[in-house]
Every structure is written in structure tokens, then in C-alpha cells.
Design a protein around this ligand. Structure first.
Ligand code: ADP
Ligand code: MG
Length: 266
């Protein structure tokens, strides 16, 4: 796989991967943690009873980390991703994103944070099928202050960063293979130079060869200094990250041993 080159970074990466002075224009102070979440809980209430999806999750992720969150179905992974991605709010606990208290934000501010500071990658790729690859990647830039003349260069740089061949840039996205589509979705997630890339089961629909290509893209972005949180139920996917934490029944553990010990106590 092609790694992320300094040439690419000139076009769209300088505010997040080294030049902190640029990033400071929009961020009041530099917490060493992109994610600083303390004792998060999330209770889904319904007439049938309450579901305690998160039971006091504490998680810190430093700038530039590539973290995997691993857990089986129903363990609380997507609930946690929704809170970290500012798509949902915790029932209790605190969440600071780049040093900013998410609890103090209005709905409009949260929408702006999602649009500019978080790049989402989902299991179902959510590309628009009948517009070109490059236009799909440019879409998030329509919701930001990115000058029109910079949109195409940024989208091209993002596509190169995930090793999409230039010949495919003007193809319709429904003409690509599953692995290519997911890499385009990753390019779309990083085109805004987000503080954080959040991926929820991004290889869940892919065979092992295309899974490897997609994970190589994440590894390459990690080497370029990106902060990535990848959620998965597969241990071989999680093993590609440089740190892994484990979630079970809404509790987070640093190791499999810690998770097993907790089960013995209960
Ligand atoms: P995972 O992504 O690990 O499969 P989820 O976060 O989707 O887990 O779900 C954790 C728990 O919360 C499960 O018991 C699930 O049934 C429940 N849950 C998730 N979303 C909702 C919801 N909107 N309303 C009620 N219960 C929910
Ligand atoms: Mg899920």
C-alpha cells in the first residue's frame, strides 16, 4: 500500500498532524487527549424496562493513537461510538473532545463538531451511488468554510492517502469493488482533516482480502499521525491497531485478563 506522503499532507493535513499552531485557531487549549471520557453511562429507557448499554466507561485517547474497541454483539460498541461521535449524549459522565466539554454545546455546535472535527466510517458505506468518487469525497467540504478552489485538491489528496487509483476518481461509486468503496468512504471521512476518525465495524461487510486493504489504509493514516478509533468484534481486525480495549456488558477493560477477572467477581 502507498503510504501517506508529505506531498499529500501539504494539501489537507497540516492542521491536524504536526502544525498545532494552525489547529489552535479553533481549539481553546491543547489537551493531550483527543478523547477524554470519564464514567460514561447510557441508559435506554422504555416501558418494557431500562437497558444499561454503558455502565461507567472511562477512556482516554491521545492525539495520533490508533485504538481498537473490541466487543461482541450487544456489548455497547455502537452506543459508545455514538457518544464519542457526538451523535448521542451520555446519561451521566463527562466527555471532552480536544479539551472541550461536549455537555456545554448546543445542538448547532454539536452538528458543527460532527461536520468538521469527526470523520465517520460505517459498516454500510453510505456513498451516493450515482455521483463520482471524487464528488462523494468532496461532499463533507460543502458544509465547511473550505474555499471552492481547494475542494478538488483536498478530495484528490484524501483519495491518494487511501491508495485509490487516479483512474477511478471520476467513476461512479457503484462501479467500484467493496474494498474500494470502503476506502473511498475513509477518504470522505478524512477530507476535512478531522481530529478523530471513528470507524464502526468498517470491515464487517468485507472478505478477508479487502479487509486487509482497508486495514492497511487505516495503518497508513495512523503512520501519518491520524487519531483513529476502530470498533470491531473481530480479534484479527483489532490486532492491527496499536492499542486495544475490550467492552463487555457496557464496561470497558484494558485487557482480556481484566475482563475475565471482572466476570469472576460478579
Ligand atoms: P453493539 O454495537 O456492541 O452491538 P449496541 O451499543 O448497539 O451494541 O447495544 C448495546 C445494548 O443497548 C444492547 O442491549 C442493545 O439492545 C441496546 N440498545 C442499543 N440501542 C438501543 C436503543 N435505541 N433503544 C434501546 N436499547 C438499545
Ligand atoms: Mg454495533
Amino acid at each position: 500500500m502507498k503510504s501517506f506522503s508529505s506531498h499529500d499532507s501539504i494539501h489537507f493535513d497540516s492542521s491536524r498532524t504536526g502544525n498545532l499552531a494552525t489547529a489552535s485557531q479553533s481549539v481553546p487549549y491543547h489537551s493531550p487527549y483527543v478523547i477524554d471520557a470519564q464514567r460514561l453511562t447510557r441508559v435506554y429507557r422504555s416501558p418494557a424496562g431500562n437497558t444499561y448499554a454503558l455502565r461507567g466507561v472511562t477512556l482516554r485517547v491521545k492525539q495520533g493513537e490508533f485504538l481498537a474497541i473490541m466487543g461482541s454483539s450487544g456489548s455497547g460498541k455502537s452506543t459508545l461510538m455514538s457518544i464519542l461521535g457526538c451523535l448521542d449524549t451520555a446519561t451521566s459522565g463527562s466527555y471532552y473532545l480536544e479539551g472541550e466539554d461536549i455537555k456545554t454545546k448546543t445542538d448547532d455546535e454539536l452538528a458543527s463538531i460532527r461536520a468538521t472535527r469527526i470523520g465517520f466510517v460505517f459498516q454500510s458505506f453510505n456513498l451516493l451511488p450515482r455521483i463520482s468518487v471524487i464528488r462523494n469525497v468532496m461532499l463533507p467540504l460543502l458544509y465547511t468554510a473550505c474555499p471552492v478552489r481547494e475542494r478538488i485538491p483536498r478530495a484528490r489528496a484524501a483519495l491518494r492517502a487511501v491508495s485509490i487509483d487516479e483512474k477511478l476518481f471520476d467513476h461512479m461509486s457503484n462501479e467500484l469493488s467493496g474494498g474500494q468503496v470502503q476506502r473511498v468512504a475513509i477518504a470522505r471521512a478524512l477530507v476535512n482533516s478531522p481530529a478523530l476518525i471513528l470507524a464502526d465495524e468498517p470491515t464487517g461487510n468485507l472478505d478477508s482480502e479487502t479487509t486487509d486493504q482497508v486495514l492497511s489504509s487505516f495503518e497508513s493514516l495512523h503512520r501519518a499521525g491520524r487519531t483513529i478509533v476502530l470498533i470491531t468484534h473481530e480479534s484479527d481486525v483489532a490486532s492491527r491497531a496499536d492499542r486495544c480495549v475490550y467492552i463487555k456488558d457496557g464496561c470497558l477493560y484494558d485487557s482480556v485478563a481484566a475482563m475475565h477477572n471482572a466476570r469472576k467477581v460478579v
